[in-house]
Ligand binder design. Structure first.
Ligand code: ZN
Ligand code: ZN
Length: 213
């Protein structure tokens, strides 16, 4: 039985998820890694974590990587379009936080259609640009679980497209693709985890995106 724990540092941080499957992984790293690490230790020895999978390069999702990588020894994975953006103050929008992007090296890159085999769960990589050029969502078809990064959020919310290299039309197309999935639990990059009428919420995100973008 796979467990997912939200282990983010603070409510203002990007969400960090610990997936406990045969291969334990983190989805995103947030930017407040010390409390995140303390929360991880309640569930697992951090050294057992094998991968840190970034939904995109933004500072609030990636700045915690150096400390978490050191504590876990995990490899860092990100979409091929954003591997070169790590460490760049503009592309990671670190400047918005008044900070510099830390040096981060991707160990592997991801692309549309890749499958990350965790044991029971097989996470399908969907390239969902719009909020950022190499944003991804991760979909587990049997469990009907979606990690949506900053592409969609609960209650019909959507990711911003006015940041570095965001693109309105790409975001609409990406959300269209998400409406074709059967989703029972949504693990967004911000806000709360939701379950139940997730499909309706993603439909609402699509209507909203089409009306404002
Ligand atoms: Zn974010
Ligand atoms: Zn973002």
């Amino acid at each position: 039985m796979v467990e997912v724990h939200k282990v983010s540092g603070s409510p203002f941080d990007g969400n960090v998820y610990l997936i406990l499957d045969e291969v334990p992984v983190l989805i995103d790293a947030g930017m407040d890694p010390e409390p995140t690490l303390r929360k991880i230790k309640k569930h697992i020895d951090p050294a057992d974590i094998e991968m840190i999978i970034l939904t995109h390069c933004h500072h609030d999702h990636s700045a915690g990587v150096p400390l978490l990588k050191e504590a876990t020894g995990a490899k860092v994975l990100i979409h091929e379009n954003e591997a070169g953006s790590l460490g760049d103050d503009m592309a990671t929008v670190a400047y918005l936080f008044g900070l510099s992007a830390p040096e981060i090296e991707a160990d592997e890159t991801l692309k549309e259609g890749d499958v990350i085999d965790l044991g029971e769960w097989k996470l399908e990589v969907m390239h969902t640009p719009g909020h950022s050029p190499g944003g991804i969502c991760l979909y587990e078809p049997r469990a009907r679980v979606l990690f949506s990064g900053d592409t969609v959020f609960p209650q019909g919310n959507i990711g911003r497209t006015d940041l570095f290299a965001g693109k309105d039309a790409d975001l609409v197309r990406s959300i269209e693709r998400l409406t074709e999935l059967e989703v029972e639990v949504l693990y967004p990059g911000h806000m709360e985890i939701v379950s139940g009428d997730v499909g309706r919420q993603i439909q609402a995100s699509l209507r909203f995106a089409r009306s404002v973008l």
